[in-house]
Design a protein around this ligand. Structure first.
Ligand SMILES: Cc1cc2nc3c(=O)[nH]c(=O)nc-3n(C[C@H](O)[C@H](O)[C@H](O)COP(=O)(O)OP(=O)(O)OC[C@H]3O[C@@H](n4cnc5c(N)ncnc54)[C@H](O)[C@@H]3O)c2cc1C
Length: 382
C-alpha cells in the first residue's frame, strides 16, 4: 500500500503553522479553528476523496487516512473538519447526478462545507432505528420535527446530512426501515425552523444540539430513495471508522514521541527518567500496540480499496487504534509527572481530545457486539 510520503510531508508542513499555542488559545475559549480548516481547504486536503470530475483529487481512502494521521501526529486536531472528508460519501454514492453536480464541485472548492451529520438523538442514542425526528412530505417539501444531539460542527457547516423518519414505524416493520437522508441547507434553515445550541464538552469540539420545529426542506433534497436512509448511512461507516482509526494512530504517535522525548531529557536522581524501566516499558508497550493497530488500519484500507466490505476490519481498526491512542495518552501524562497536567505541554489537551474515540462515532461496546455477532456467530445481545 502506498505510504503517500509526499502528502504526509506537505500536511506536516502546513501543520507547523499551527503550533500548540494556537490550539491552546482556542481550547481556552472553545473557539473553532477557522484558520486551520481554511488552510486545509485551500490546500485541497479536505476534498481529496471527491472524484476529479466533480473538482476533487479523486484519491483513494488511504490518501485521506495519511492526511488525517499526519494532522494528529503534528499535535493538531482534525476533529474540527474530518467529517468533511467522509460525509460527502453518502451524497457521492447515493445522490442523483443533479445533486452531485449541484454540491460536490462547490464542496471541492471549499465554497460549501458539508461537515454536519445529524444522526444521534438524545433518547435513542446508539439505537439509531429508534430515532424520533420525523420528516413528513407535504406537497414538494418535507416538514421536519424533532431533535438531534452531538451534531458536531453544525455552526460551521453550510449543509447537514440529516437522518429522519419518513415512514411511521408500524408493527412488523424493521425499525431501520422508513428512515431517509435529507440535505439541509443550514443558511436557509437557521431561524426558519432550525435552532442550534452549542454543548460545552471536556474538549474543544464544536458540538451542538439542534432542534427542528416544522423546518421545511425541499423534496428534491432527499438522497436516493425514501425509506432507505439507514442503509445509505451504513454504507459510509467503514470509511468513517477507518479514517477515525488513522487519526487515533496519529494521536498515539504524537503521545509516544512526546513521552520518549521527555523521558530522554528529564533528569531526576541524577539520570534521565527514561533510564528507568518503569518509564521505558509503558512507552515501549504503547508503541507496540500502536504499530499493531496501524497494521489493522492498513488491512482495512487494503480490503476497502479492493472493493470489499471490511466491516469487521474497519471496526477492529477503530477499536484497536482508539485503545492505542488512549493508552499512549495515559502513558504520556504519567511520563511527564506533574507537567503532564500543565496546559503549556499540550499533553492534557490531547489527552482530553483523544478520549472521545472510545465513545464516538461508535462506542467500544458496540464494536465488540458487532464482532461477537457477525464474526463469532454469537447471539445478538441487544
Ligand atoms: C463530542 C461528540 C461528537 C459527536 N459527533 C456526532 C455527530 O457529529 N453526529 C452524530 O450523529 N453523532 C455524534 N456523536 C454521537 C456519538 O456517535 C454517540 O455519543 C455514540 O454513538 C454513543 O451514543 P450515546 O451517547 O447515545 O450513548 P448510549 O447509546 O446511550 O450508550 C451509553 C453507553 O452504553 C453502552 N451501550 C449502549 N447499548 C449497549 C449494548 N447493547 N451493549 C453494550 N453496551 C451498550 C455504550 O457503549 C455506551 O458506553 C458525537 C458524540 C460526542 C460525544
Amino acid at each position: 500500500m502506498e505510504h503517500y510520503q509526499d502528502i504526509r510531508e506537505a500536511v506536516a508542513k502546513l501543520c507547523d503553522r499551527f503550533p500548540g499555542e494556537y490550539w491552546r488559545a482556542l481550547d481556552r475559549d472553545m473557539t473553532y479553528p477557522r484558520e486551520f480548516v481554511e488552510a486545509l481547504t485551500e490546500a485541497g486536503w479536505l476534498s481529496i476523496l471527491i472524484p476529479e470530475e466533480y473538482g476533487g483529487s479523486g484519491l483513494p481512502l488511504s490518501a485521506a487516512a495519511a492526511v488525517l494521521e499526519e494532522i494528529q501526529r503534528a499535535g493538531c486536531n482534525g476533529g474540527a473538519c474530518h467529517a468533511q472528508m467522509y460525509t460527502m460519501g453518502t451524497l457521492l454514492r447515493h445522490g442523483s447526478e443533479a445533486q452531485k453536480l449541484r454540491y460536490l464541485p462547490r464542496i471541492a472548492t471549499g465554497e460549501l462545507r458539508l461537515q454536519a451529520f445529524g444522526v444521534t438523538e438524545p433518547t435513542s442514542g446508539t439505537d439509531t432505528g429508534a430515532l424520533k425526528t420525523t420528516a413528513r412530505l407535504e406537497g414538494d417539501q418535507f416538514v421536519v420535527k424533532g431533535q438531534k444531539i452531538w451534531t458536531s460542527r453544525a455552526e460551521h457547516s453550510d449543509l447537514m446530512l440529516l437522518l429522519a423518519r419518513t415512514t411511521p414505524l408500524t408493527d412488523g416493520m424493521k425499525k431501520t426501515d422508513g428512515l431517509s437522508v435529507l440535505i439541509v441547507d443550514m443558511g436557509q434553515a437557521l431561524g426558519n425552523g432550525l435552532t442550534i445550541r452549542p454543548i460545552r464538552t471536556m474538549m474543544n469540539h464544536a458540538t451542538t444540539e439542534v432542534f427542528f420545529d416544522d423546518l421545511r426542506v425541499p423534496a428534491e433534497n432527499l438522497i436516493g430513495e425514501e425509506g432507505k436512509g439507514f442503509r445509505y448511512i451504513l454504507s459510509g461507516m467503514n470509511a468513517e471508522r477507518i479514517l477515525i482509526a488513522s487519526e487515533c494512530v496519529g494521536d498515539a504517535k504524537w503521545f509516544i514521541e512526546k513521552a520518549a522525548g521527555y523521558a530522554r531529557e528529564r533528569h531526576v536522581f541524577g539520570r534521565a527518567i527514561g533510564q528507568n524501566q518503569g518509564i521505558q516499558f509503558p512507552i515501549a508497550r504503547a508503541y507496540a500496540n500502536m504499530r499493531a493497530a496501524e497494521l489493522m488500519v492498513r488491512e482495512a484500507l487494503t480490503l476497502y480499496e479492493a472493493g470489499r466490505n471490511p466491516g469487521a476490519e474497519a471496526n477492529m481498526a477503530k477499536m484497536l487504534a482508539a485503545d492505542a491512542s488512549n493508552e499512549a495518552a495515559n502513558v504520556c501524562i504519567q511520563t511527564h509527572g506533574g507537567f503532564g497536567f500543565a496546559e503549556e505541554y499540550d499533553v492534557e489537551r490531547k489527552f482530553r481530545e483523544t478520549r472521545l474515540y472510545q465513545v464516538a462515532p461508535i462506542s467500544t461496546n458496540l464494536i465488540l457486539s458487532f464482532l461477537s455477532e457477525h464474526v463469532l456467530g454469537l447471539p445478538r445481545s441487544y
